[in-house]
Design a protein around this ligand. Structure first.
Ligand SMILES: Cc1ncc(COP(=O)(O)O)c(C=O)c1O
Length: 442
């Protein structure tokens, strides 16, 4: 069968699709696996309990045939399509929630729903990256500017044609964490960013960052965010902030930072990392013209976005339970997991050149094995053979030629969402293999 160019772009094997298949196959094998590789959220008792209660309440509300959108109850909403912008009751609940907590003065024209935030990035990167016609009627190819790589793997292949990223490598600062040495933190290289020809020549369509960042757990500071917002305004492009792990839910963020919005900012949220990745619900907060564009794309691609996640989350947003759960259960859980994993790693590799990105949020640790005698893609293969799965760093640099950038081949992403025994077993294997590699090179 012959597929169009559009089709070919999506079906050609990408590094990440191969890696994801690999992770999936390893889990299906009969050998035990220490899964430190995926992006699934942890199973947290309090979270599961609340979702189960809410789910049961949906089943009991007895209003399946109610088709009155203005008086929608949970099950009635599932029996009807919403308009393409998304479930109106959930959007109203979100407007109230954000205005209560942040005073942003939103209206329902500022929010659209998508089928997961991955779906939102597909829309946004194709709205703001790719071929444009400029004022002189000339064609201009614009990119999405990633001000700090490493960045989220899932951005890599979402453009319908080619890849349109311009990315900036980080400053690497040695820092302490809880009074201990052996940590580093990435910072935005604003000199490099401000001097990018693509920015100066009008070939950037939007700026985007995840905060906290997948894969590193870095949280861009308020100063860095204010500087990015200023650059975005100066060049008249939107600043897209990916809050998949951020404030106010799931709030897996340990540094003291704030979240701001204005009509040049596009905030993306998700229900996935609070523990509901299967309901596929993403939320975009933006200026009305962006919301109208996203709604139009929803109409073509989905008719209307799924309402199941919206139904579960509406009462939790109305009564703030989603925020309480994030602050009191989800955030402390991952903070403790990060602490445990750091202690285990220091025990295994304290005398070796391991440096850990300061854990500031998200559900990962990012480990740097400086001058490791092999690349971390090769390390990945050895660890896989020994039943431990991680993700090597080379996948996290969309828009950068990393052939001469050694650091991009020396790091790994390790999930901390697994139970403690899996963390212990997996880290023991990483320790044994990495010690052997450094010792062998002496
Ligand atoms: C930084 C980041 N953004 C977006 C997503 C997409 O999540 P979802 O489509 O489940 O909302 C993920 C998923 O892992 C992520 O890590």
């Amino acid at each position: 069968m012959k597929f169009s160019k559009f089709g070919q772009k999506f079906i050609q094997p990408t590094g990440i699709s191969q890696l994801m298949d690999d992770l999936g196959d390893a889990l299906k094998s009969d050998k035990p696996v220490n899964m430190l590789g995926g992006g699934n959220p942890a199973r947290i008792e309090a979270v599961n309990e609340l979702f189960l209660q809410t789910y049961q309440a949906l089943g009991n509300d007895g209003s399946f045939n109610n088709s009155d959108e203005t008086n929608s109850t949970a099950t009635s909403s599932m029996a009807n399509y919403s308009n393409p912008q998304g479930d109106a009751a959930f959007i109203d609940a979100l407007v109230g929630f954000f205005n209560r907590h942040y005073d942003w003065n939103l209206t329902s024209e500022n929010i659209a729903l998508t089928n997961g935030s991955q779906n939102a990035f597909f829309y946004l990167f194709n709205l703001f990256g790719g071929a444009f016609t400029d004022e002189q009627n000339e064609s201009v190819d614009k990119s999405i500017l990633l001000p700090l790589t490493p960045e989220y793997i899932g951005y890599s292949d979402v453009h319908v044609e080619g890849q349109h990223f311009t990315a900036v490598l980080p400053h690497i600062d040695e820092v302490t964490h809880d009074g201990e040495e052996g940590f580093f933190k990435y910072r935005v290289d604003f000199d490099a960013l401000e001097n990018l020809p693509a920015l100066k020549e009008g070939r950037i369509g939007a700026i985007c960052c995840s905060r906290p960042t997948n894969p590193t757990g870095n949280v861009l500071t308020d100063d860095e965010m204010a500087h990015l917002a200023e650059i975005a305004k100066r060049y008249d492009v939107p600043l897209i902030i990916d809050n998949a792990y951020g404030m106010p839910f799931p709030n897996i963020i340990y540094s003291d930072v704030t979240l701001n919005w204005d009509d040049n900012t596009i905030l993306c949220f998700s229900l996935s990392k609070i523990g509901l990745p299967g309901v596929r619900t993403g939320i975009i907060v933006a200026a009305p013209e962006v919301i109208a564009a996203v709604s139009a794309m929803n109409a073509v691609v989905n008719l209307s976005p799924t309402r199941f996640g919206a139904s579960i989350a509406t009462p939790l947003v109305e009564n703030n339970a989603i925020k309480d759960l994030s602050d009191n259960d989800i955030k402390p859980f991952y903070q403790q997991q990060a602490k445990t994993a750091v202690t285990l790693l220091k025990n295994e590799l304290g005398d070796y050149p391991l440096s850990i990105h300061k854990p500031e949020g998200a559900i990962f640790l990012w480990l740097w094995f400086k001058d490791l005698p092999i690349s971390t893609s090769e390390l990945y293969e050895i660890l896989k053979e020994k039943g431990t799965l991680i993700v090597p760093s080379e996948y996290f640099f969309p828009g950068v030629d990393i052939s001469d950038y050694k650091h991009a081949h020396e790091c790994i992403r390790m999930s901390i969402a697994a139970d403690e025994q899996t963390l212990r077993d997996g880290i023991a294997v990483i320790g044994e293999v990495v010690r052997g590699l450094y010792d062998g090179a002496k």
